[in-house]
Design a protein around this ligand. Structure first.
Ligand code: FAD
Ligand code: NAP
Length: 541
């Protein structure tokens, strides 16, 4: 890039599902767009999370872009829940199909973004020494992209190979004959452990909190099924946009306590067969009423005990610290049965915490586990981590880290008061991870694109949430969360997995469809809740 080329209409940070679509859509508007991506290629989550067993947990036919009807008709998913490899190939295909890579500098991390009130432009700097300016700054940095490596004493002294599921190497990892330790039993741990166990000599699962996990019911997709989906894709997408979670699925029409035991059992059996995290939504009151939740919990507990042959191990695998569904239920492929294998050992860190990682393995309060490989499946500094790792300064030097020191504060998840012409995609304050994130990203980008049309039509230079609208939206998000059981769990939704992080329920839990309606109403009312700054007229001309 030459010096004179370094001013853009928009800069997009991130080349995952959100960033790629933002580049596409803004270019469609005729804008000069530049992207930065710290990785070597496109794909975001699906570029980084290459661990064995990685798959989506939203069905592939829904977890895919809807904006390109031809693509939707041409692309054929092979399995109900696609592997990481297949999803990455899909995103690479989308990038090539729409020439999106050409917008990006790869292997380039944005380190700061500063708003200049005089010029009304953003100045963006990178770890490669670049400095570009742009009217709009679009942050598509991901909600599950800043990895969490817990500060366990001796963490960096381990002499064997060390991995984090969210930064998995590109080369195949050979577990054959190896003693492998896996720390963490969230979705990443639970997806990878059965696959690693098939290959490794021994697997030690270091579990701090057991998690609810439901077999995926994964299967190859038949030609007949695919044809039926493709014939009705438009309607499927329409229903998804109106739904609570961005897929065409809906809950049973009655509450768990409104039906008798037999009907309840029938519904749980049906949702168990459907498989995966949707079990959290079998009945509409499951994550609202503790009594309703208990019925789901008891059902799943019994299933875990059926799958695990050793009753003591089964006891330790049954979660007791949170209502079912208030942490994302894992969608697994053979997790609990893996503990019936002779080469898998459960290490219960609640009973015997890790005291130290040494050069040769992991030491707990009562044993030493010699290891050749150590896998950190310890998750992410979710929702805010990728933003707090950038020095973002708005009007009058307002610093995003300070503004969010008590938790993220946005209007509609999209905009922050004091940070004009800056948009955040699919993050805190939006349905985000509670929805199908592909449609979530499309909704955000489409809303922004329409907003920019409005700004152009009305000769408006800047748009920025007001402090009042942020206050009101944060209150609305908190109120919605307080009406559920979610705040009772020590989840990453609450920031509870990161020491010192404020405890705030970060996504908007009022439903994807409702959220879409609210965003549309805000736009229809002339961008209610935003301050619109008119274009300056130069009096000398
Ligand atoms: P990301 O895919 O996270 O992309 C953000 C990109 O920004 C990354 O490539 C990152 O390298 C880059 N970046 C960040 N900071 C900087 C910086 N400072 N400078 C330059 N580049 C930067 N959601 C679902 O709806 N369904 C699923 O089935 C599902 N499965 C998941 C499985 C895994 C293993 C994980 C971790 C998440 C999953 N999610 C799922 C959530 C998933 O993150 C989203 O679905 C989606 O991929 C997010 O896309 P994104 O573009 O918003 O963010
Ligand atoms: P996670 O859910 O946050 O799980 C992290 C695990 O590491 C937890 O078991 C946690 O225990 C443990 N841990 C953290 N710090 C620890 C420490 N110091 N000592 C011991 N254990 C520690 O992270 P994740 O599994 O990567 O999943 C994050 C999210 O990504 C998921 O909820 C999901 O939304 C998405 N995801 C989806 C899929 C999919 O199926 N498509 C797959 C992977 C990820 P505690 O619970 O006790 O904190």
């Amino acid at each position: 890039m030459t010096v004179q080329d370094n001013d853009f209409d928009a800069v997009v940070v991130g080349a995952g599902i959100s960033g790629l679509y933002a580049v596409y859509k803004l270019r469609q508007r005729g804008m000069r767009v530049h992207g930065f991506e710290s990785a070597e290629g496109v794909g975001g989550t699906w570029y980084h999370n290459r661990y064995p067993g990685a798959r989506c947990d939203v069905e592939s036919i829904d977890y895919s872009y809807s904006f390109d009807e031809e693509l939707q008709q041409e692309w054929t998913w092979t399995e109900r829940f696609a592997t990481q490899d297949e999803i990455l190939r899909y995103l690479e295909h989308v990038a090539d199909r729409h020439d999106l890579r050409s917008a990006y500098d790869f292997l380039t991390r944005v380190t700061s973004a500063t708003y200049d009130e005089e010029t009304t432009r953003w100045s963006i700097t990178t770890d490669t020494g670049q400095n570009v300016t742009a009217r709009f700054c679009v942050l598509a940095t991901g909600v599950l992209s800043a990895t969490n490596k817990p500060d366990i004493p001796g963490r960096d002294t381990f002499g064997g190979a060390t991995y984090h599921t969210g930064e998995w190497p590109h080369e195949p990892v050979d577990f054959a004959g190896k003693r492998v330790g896996v720390i963490g039993t969230g979705s990443s741990g639970i997806q990878s452990i059965p696959v690693i166990a098939e290959e490794a000599a021994e697997v030690f699962v270091f579990q701090r909190s057991p998690n609810y996990s439901i077999p995926a019911g994964n299967r190859p997709l038949t030609g007949e099924y695919i044809a039926e989906v493709k014939a009705n894709y438009a309607e499927r997408r329409r229903l998804s946009r109106m739904s609570g979670g961005g897929t065409p699925n809906s809950a049973y029409p009655k509450g768990a306590l409104e039906v008798d035991a037999e009907e309840r059992r029938r519904v749980y059996d049906e949702w168990w067969q459907r498989g995966g995290y949707l079990f959290a939504k079998a009945f509409p009151d499951q994550t609202i009423s503790q009594a309703a939740n208990d019925t789901a919990r008891e059902y799943v507990e019994a299933k875990i005990r059926e799958m695990v042959t050793d009753p003591d191990i089964a006891d330790q695998l049954v979660p007791t610290d949170h209502p079912i569904g208030t942490k994302r239920i894992v969608t697994d492929n053979g997790y609990f049965k893996t503990f019936n294998r002779g080469n898998v050992t459960l290490v219960n860190l609640r009973r015997t915490p890790i005291t130290e990682i040494t050069e040769a393995g992991v030491l707990t309060t009562n044993s030493f586990y010699g290891l050749d490989m150590l896998v950190f499946a310890t998750g992410f500094d979710a929702m805010t981590g990728s933003l707090s790792r950038i020095d973002i300064r708005g009007r009058a030097g307002r610093n995003l880290r300070d503004e969010w020191s008590a938790g993220p504060r946005t209007y509609l998840g999209l905009s922050v008061a004091g940070f004009p012409n800056m948009f955040i995609l699919a993050g805190a304050g939006s349905p985000s991870v509670l929805a199908n994130m592909v449609l979530m990203a499309e909704q955000h980008v489409d809303w922004i694109s329409n907003c920019l049309d409005y700004l152009d039509e009305h000769n408006i230079e800047t748009i920025e949430a007001t402090d009042e609208s942020v206050d009101e939206w944060v209150a609305e998000c908190n109120e919605k969360a307080a009406g559920t059981l979610f705040p009772t769990a020590d989840s990453w939704y609450m920031g509870a997995n990161i020491p010192g992080k404020p405890r705030v329920f970060m996504p908007y839990i009022g439903g994807f469809g409702n959220y879409n309606t609210i965003c549309a109403e805000v736009a229809a009312a002339g961008y209610k809740g935003f301050e619109l700054g008119e274009r300056r007229v130069d009096v000398d001309q």
